[in-house]
Write a protein that binds this ligand. Structure first.
Ligand code: ZN
Length: 308
């Protein structure tokens, strides 16, 4: 699938929707507008032209994440091996298994923890390209080597990608209890416990479910952010590492567990908003925002010698 190789055709999870983490219900209309702008995909032609997809290996540079999550690059990347203690990677042919060393260290830690706590390994999907940057298809973010897609599905359940089951019952806008259970909850909770993790994006119905079902120990829910898609996999984002002064973090998370503001993502509310907009259409659409280009330093990353 052109838009989201990780999830379509079996999910609406378009990571091009570049999780920018909506945080407040009060801002919801503005955020919907923003989200729609951020949905503006690069044209197929411009996506194919991205030079970042053609680079073969990491640069021979000191590791650094440079720029923003949806507009930057990665110097001195490290590759995640095909498998390790508690993790297995998929879709190696896409060569999106590179990350900042902090992400690779996190994934090694995470695999071991998941195995210890749940007795089963975790499936790891896309990280970043060898030098980060915009991908020719799929994600808008994943440009700094600090984002990773992790699957709710266990390795042994996987036959083909199309068999990955959604954790969300889309008819009812609720979590499907046959697919989302203790293990899936543990996967999220373990990731949220790591100090390097800034945010974890999940389908809004999953966040809603966690808000309703998690008991007294709720501090970790703060990092779980509702977004579209993300019903078969979840997206873990690390904060900028100290060795990367040119890395731009997102705004800090608002206080609290982020519960009670998720329904604006629901199909019913989206339909209601569309109906309201049809009744009183805005006079003129605002012009689409162009994303700023990646920082100048990224040019050096693109043309640097490859690491031997
Ligand atoms: Zn992702």
């Amino acid at each position: 699938m052109r838009n989201h190789p990780t999830n379509r055709p079996f999910s609406l999870c378009a990571q091009r929707r570049s999780p920018a983490a909506p945080e407040h219900h009060g801002r919801c209309l503005a955020l919907v507008a923003l989200a729609l702008i951020s949905l503006a995909l690069p044209s197929a032609a411009s996506a194919r032209r991205t030079p970042w997809a053609k680079v073969d290996g990491p640069s021979a540079q000191t590791p650094a994440a440079i720029g923003g999550y949806a507009g930057g690059c990665l110097a001195g990347a490290e590759a995640l091996p095909e498998r390790g203690e508690g993790f297995e990677t998929i879709r190696r042919w896409r060569k999106r298994y590179y990350g900042h060393p902090r992400l690779i260290a996190f994934l090694r830690w995470y695999g071991a923890e998941v195995l210890r706590e749940t007795g089963k390994a975790v499936l790891v999907g896309d990280l970043s390209q060898a030098r980060g940057g915009l991908m020719a298809s799929g994600h808008r973010s994943h440009q700094l080597g600090l984002d990773a897609d992790l699957w709710f599905t266990r390795p042994k359940q996987r036959k083909r990608d199309a068999h990955f089951k959604s954790c969300v019952d889309r008819e009812r806008d609720t979590v499907d209890p046959r697919v989302f259970g203790e293990r899936q909850l543990a996967l999220l909770k373990i990731a949220a416990a790591h100090p390097d993790v800034a945010r974890i994006f999940v389908h809004w119905a999953i966040k809603h479910h966690l808000c309703a079902s998690v008991g007294a120990d709720r501090g970790w829910l703060r990092k779980i952010r509702p977004w579209w898609g993300h019903d078969r996999h979840f997206h873990v984002r690390l904060r900028c590492p100290e060795d990367s002064p040119d890395c731009r973090d997102q705004a800090p998370l608002p206080p609290g567990d982020g519960c009670g503001t998720e329904t604006w993502f629901s199909a019913a509310e989206v339909a209601a908003r569309k109906a309201a907009a049809r009744k009183s259409p805005p006079a003129k659409r605002p012009p689409r925002k162009r994303r700023p280009p990646p920082p100048k330093r990224c040019k050096q990353v693109l043309t640097a010698r490859p690491r031997r």
